[in-house]
Design a protein around this ligand. Structure first.
Ligand code: ADP
Ligand code: MG
Length: 266
């Protein structure tokens, strides 16, 4: 029997479970009945044309965007809603939502660092404000997180004195320091000069190798092909495929929409 373990998705209870998610902006259908699981330690890359709903899906995962149908569970717990059998379900209070979001790290295209804080202080901020850690403990954890993104020598730099790639790595460290259950990335390298993309992807590869569960919206097809366990393809709000990368990046993918999309990268 051949060994297919490298091809099959990592198994066990899903960390994130999306069921029948729909999202409208007025009459416009941004997400159309999306059902998707993300397993523990899995790297799921989300690709698709501009406007296909990738960012909307990521934002709905942690309820930054309220959705119109379906549900999301993180480790079995409903996100954004109160569990229980009462219908209609009750949306959570802001405080309860904030609690839930602590378990979900998010990294955006724009780094959104505080300009008046050093790299170390940027990473320590949420540990102090949200987790309530004392400053010394927060700084210790921040130093550790900055080490993981290979920035131990830049802890005292302000964002203005860091390159774009370094700033994005600080933003990643800020998320890591919160010890999230899952990390969501929305085009983390799209705002970077081409020569700075590699250092950010390297850090993400290292996180994947350490077993972090990751959902990554990306246009870096090399990363999707080589690091993802599965690749999800969205088109016009529909999940067209969610399969091992080899099936998407084969010479002749089955779906016409995937073929057309990938042609722009060849
Ligand atoms: P992607 O990230 O795949 O490029 P988005 O999720 O940002 O796509 O957007 C999907 C679609 O939803 C796009 O057509 C976009 O114009 C629309 N959209 C996104 N956010 C809003 C909004 N707040 N109001 C109206 N339309 C929106
Ligand atoms: Mg987007």
């Amino acid at each position: 029997m051949s060994d297919t373990s490298a091809m099959s998705p990592k198994t066990g209870e899903p960390i994130i479970s999306v069921r029948g998610m729909s999202k409208y902006f007025g009459d416009f259908v941004a997400l159309n009945d999306v059902t998707l699981d993300v397993n523990r330690s899995e790297v799921l890359c989300l690709i698709g044309p501009s406007g296909s709903g990738k960012s909307t899906l990521l934002r709905c995962l942690n309820f930054l965007e309220a959705y119109d149908g379906g549900e999301v569970r993180l480790n079995g717990d409903l996100i954004g809603w109160q569990d229980g059998d009462s219908t209609p379900r009750k949306a959570l209070s802001t405080n309860a939502l904030r609690q839930q979001r602590q378990h979900i790290g998010m990294v955006f295209q724009q780094f959104n660092l505080w300009p008046h804080l050093t790299a170390l202080e940027n990473v320590a901020e949420a540990l102090i404000q949200v987790k309530g850690l004392p400053k010394s403990k927060a700084h210790e954890k921040a130093r550790e997180a900055l080490g993981k993104v290979n920035l131990s020598d830049k802890t005292e730099n302000y964002p203005a004195n860091l390159s774009g790639g370094q700033q994005q790595r600080v933003a990643i460290a800020r998320a890591i320091a919160m010890e999230p259950t899952v990390m969501l990335f929305d085009e983390p390298t799209s705002a970077l000069d081409p020569e700075l993309v590699g250092e950010v992807l390297t850090v993400m590869k290292e996180m994947a190798a350490e077993g972090m569960t990751m959902v990554v919206v990306t246009h870096e097809m090399g990363f999707a092909a080589h690091v993802a366990d599965r690749v999800a393809f969205l088109d016009a709000g529909r999940l067209v495929a969610c399969v091992p990368p080899a099936e998407i990046f084969s010479q002749d993918p089955e779906d016409e929409r995937i073929r057309t999309f990938l042609q722009t990268y060849r």
